[in-house]
Design a binder for this molecule. Structure first.
Ligand SMILES: [Zn+2]
Length: 291
């Protein structure tokens, strides 16, 4: 499975979006050709055409589930599905629908996603969270109340969540942990998406993370690897958006960074067994535990 520092096993992208109108299967073809074996396909919100009613969410969720089936049938790779209303949609809807109606619609969309999860059509709620950009105090407080409610609903269902949150270092993680405790969610099932590459548990507070593996990320991963006692994995957050072709990262990135990590660990004299067990953990064993 590991040959001179090259990994021949599972490689999973834990957060990717697809769009039938854009690259869609062609993007997965690219991923598979460089060794990708599994994806977590996440509902893609349409910020230019925001949902007005729960039926709009239902159409978008079913489309995601169907795309997942088509990817499975075409490439025979593992596909898990993540469904949920995006926090940026809520923040935009507040401006047109007001707090009350946008929050109500958001929670309806959360509960609909949880139904698909309990039926086995999806495995994770996401991306849910709070705006990653500055908003006024009232919106911030309401976003946090809403997020707590979302986490409580997930806890009741025993579902995992992928969180879209702001990037405020250690503070972000400790606030997530506060909310998690209140909600009584199982810790490993709270997964921060678009996470920075610092794996040190002092930084992550032990929250699971799906690392955005941009350039330079592997150096930080290696530096902090042994200070981590939580679940982590790799993602691109590929948007499949024609106007932003390589955003956030292209479909080949996770396989590429996986090989970079293996090669660097191999050069640092990690044993083959250590490297193999880490690769199995991040690309197969841990995802099965959390999704
Ligand atoms: Zn995303």
């Amino acid at each position: 499975m590991l040959e001179d520092g090259f990994w021949h096993g599972e490689i999973m992208d834990q957060h990717i979006h697809l769009d039938r109108k854009n690259r869609y299967l062609d993007a997965i073809n690219e991923f598979v050709n460089v060794g990708g074996t599994a994806i977590n396909l996440v509902h893609k919100p349409d910020f230019n055409n925001l949902p007005r009613k729960i039926e709009d969410y239902k159409i978008a969720y079913l489309n995601t589930i169907n795309m997942g089936n088509e990817v499975r049938n075409t490439f025979e790779i593992d596909v898990v599905i993540t469904l949920g209303p995006h926090p940026v949609s809520w923040e935009k809807q507040v401006k047109t629908m007001g707090y009350e109606r946008s929050t109500e619609l958001h929670l309806e969309a959360v509960n609909l996603a949880l139904e698909y999860i309990s039926d086995g059509d999806a495995v994770c709620l996401g991306e849910v969270g709070r705006p990653h950009y500055p908003v006024n105090n009232q919106t911030w407080n309401k976003a946090n109340e809403l997020l707590l409610q979302i986490m409580e609903n997930s806890a009741e269902e025993g579902a995992s969540i992928q969180l879209h949150v702001e990037d405020n270092g250690k503070k972000t993680y400790s606030e997530i942990e506060e909310l998690r405790k209140k909600s009584k969610m199982v810790k490993k099932k709270v997964i921060r998406h678009f996470a920075p590459p610092n794996l040190d548990s002092n930084f992550t507070n032990g929250i699971s993370s799906s690392i955005s593996v941009g350039r330079g990320s592997i150096e930080t991963i290696i530096k902090t690897l042994e200070k981590s006692d939580s679940i982590w994995g790799m993602e691109t957050d590929f948007l499949d958006d024609l106007n932003r072709p390589g955003a956030v990262l292209g479909p080949k990135t996770v396989p590429k960074r996986t090989q970079e990590l293996c090669r660097k660990m191999w050069e640092l004299d990690y044993s083959d067994n250590e490297i193999i067990s880490l690769m199995k953990n991040i690309h197969s064993k841990w995802p099965k535990e959390i999704y």
